[in-house]
Design a binder for this molecule. Structure first.
Ligand SMILES: NC(=O)c1ccc[n+]([C@@H]2O[C@H](COP(=O)([O-])OP(=O)(O)OC[C@H]3O[C@@H](n4cnc5c(N)ncnc54)[C@H](OP(=O)(O)O)[C@@H]3O)[C@@H](O)[C@H]2O)c1
Length: 166
């Protein structure tokens, strides 16, 4: 099972500010939606509250609030981070973790890959991309007009069932 973090990150590590993203790179949004389309995603409740569901994507929304539910077929609330991966694995052989900061940090040890859009700006923010640990190695860089996407591989991801353990 591939677990891939997908994030747009500023030069100083910011991914968000005041519940939003403090830049506008439409071409990056397009490439990110193209990447995840047709696959399940895991997304934090705070990020999901501020976004429209992506067409053709099954959204597993992480929350500690067991009372949350959604009537839409492509939205499911999940309170156990490992269960979110199991639910994704029943649908596909890849799941994309699309943020925000808390959810990137949670899944970083178990993720097998990362797809990081490098936003060439230094901005103020309150949500950050985690440091990728020593087991992560850089791969291909894809050049777009105005930004780059860097791919990373985690050579030794932790077991998914380690998620949530103290
Ligand atoms: N630049 C990018 O690529 C990008 C992508 C996505 C988001 N963002 C930005 O990131 C920011 C939001 O990030 P954030 O860190 O504040 O929030 P978040 O990661 O989107 O969501 C955090 C929420 O996820 C749930 N959660 C987290 N860990 C959990 C666990 N172990 N078990 C159960 N539920 C858990 C909790 O929901 P409950 O509170 O409901 O329990 C928590 O409040 C926004 O500014 C957004 O725009 C940026």
């Amino acid at each position: 099972m591939e677990i891939v973090l997908v994030a747009a990150v500023s030069e100083n590590g910011v991914v968000g500010k005041d519940g939003g993203v403090p830049w506008s790179y439409p071409a990056d949004v397009d490439q990110y939606k193209e990447t995840v389309r047709g696959h399940p995603v895991i997304v934090g409740r705070r990020t999901f509250d501020e976004m429209e569901p992506i067409e053709g994507v099954s959204h597993l929304v992480l929350t500690s609030d067991d009372s949350r539910s959604d009537s839409r077929d492509d939205v499911e609330y999940v309170s156990d981070p490992a269960e979110a991966v199991s639910l994704a694995a029943a649908r596909d052989d890849v799941v994309y973790v699309i943020g925000g900061g808390a959810v990137y940090a949670l899944y970083e040890p178990v993720a097998t890959g990362a797809r990081v859009s490098r936003i060439p700006e230094t901005v103020e923010g309150d949500s950050f991309f985690p440091d990728l640990g020593d087991s992560w190695v850089p791969g291909e860089t894809i050049h777009y007009d105005g930004f780059e996407v860097e791919l990373f591989e985690n050579r030794t991801p932790a077991a998914v069932d380690s998620l949530g353990r103290e």
